[in-house]
Design a protein around this ligand. Structure first.
Ligand code: FAD
Length: 162
């Protein structure tokens, strides 16, 4: 099967956008990710999938913990920054929760300890046991067919009144 066909098909699955963060040697690191899901209620587990070439993979292996920030529809630039899509590196004022850096003003911040990890092809799946969370009201940033979008825009295109 052609890689492009597979990617295009997977792009039909509309998702939110998160930034995964951790800290190694007193340095915060972040990476944009949409491969995120809730897995279990008891214990409370979430799953992320990190590409083998991403620096974040080594950082999480070393720290044994990570945080997930679910972005709001006003945080597209933040997503682009942590996906390496902006030319300039910026100084980010992280918020701190349980000694982990998280993205301020996100809809949700979760802090996790690594519960298990599995190498799966060219990615590593990390199950995180949720230690703490923070939520705030707002609408999510979304990603569909390889492009940033919003829930309002997706619904309008389908003719649903919002
Ligand atoms: P780096 O290249 O080290 O960091 C990425 C960028 O983050 C850097 O360019 C830098 O500007 C910025 N940055 C990092 N830390 C800081 C800091 N402390 N202060 C300021 N800036 C900082 N890849 C996956 O593996 N899994 C996914 O689920 C996934 N989903 C994605 C979803 C979307 C919508 C997009 C756009 C990309 C996604 N990617 C995913 C790709 C991934 O975000 C990029 O490949 C990323 O650049 C890999 O990051 P890295 O760990 O190598 O980190």
């Amino acid at each position: 099967m052609d890689d492009r066909m597979f990617r295009n098909a997977m792009g039909k699955f509309a998702t939110g956008v998160t930034i995964i963060t951790t800290e190694v040697d007193n340095q915060p690191h972040g990476m944009t990710a949409n491969a995120f899901m809730s897995v279990s209620l008891c214990p409370k587990l979430v799953l992320i999938s990190i590409g083998e070439k991403a620096r974040m993979n080594q950082y999480i292996k070393r720290s044994g913990k990570f945080a997930v920030s679910i972005l709001s529809d006003s945080q597209k630039e933040m997503s682009m920054l942590f996906a390496g899509q902006l030319k300039d590196r910026r100084n980010i004022q992280f918020k701190w929760m349980n000694d982990l850096p998280v993205i301020d003003n996100a809809l949700v911040n979760l802090t996790c300890n690594v519960y298990a990890s599995y190498v799966a092809g060219d990615h590593t799946l990390y199950l995180g046991e949720v230690i703490d969370l923070y939520t705030k009201e707002g609408k999510p940033l979304s990603f569909y067919e390889g492009k940033y979008t919003t829930v309002d825009h997706l619904l309008k295109n389908e003719g649903v009144r919002v």
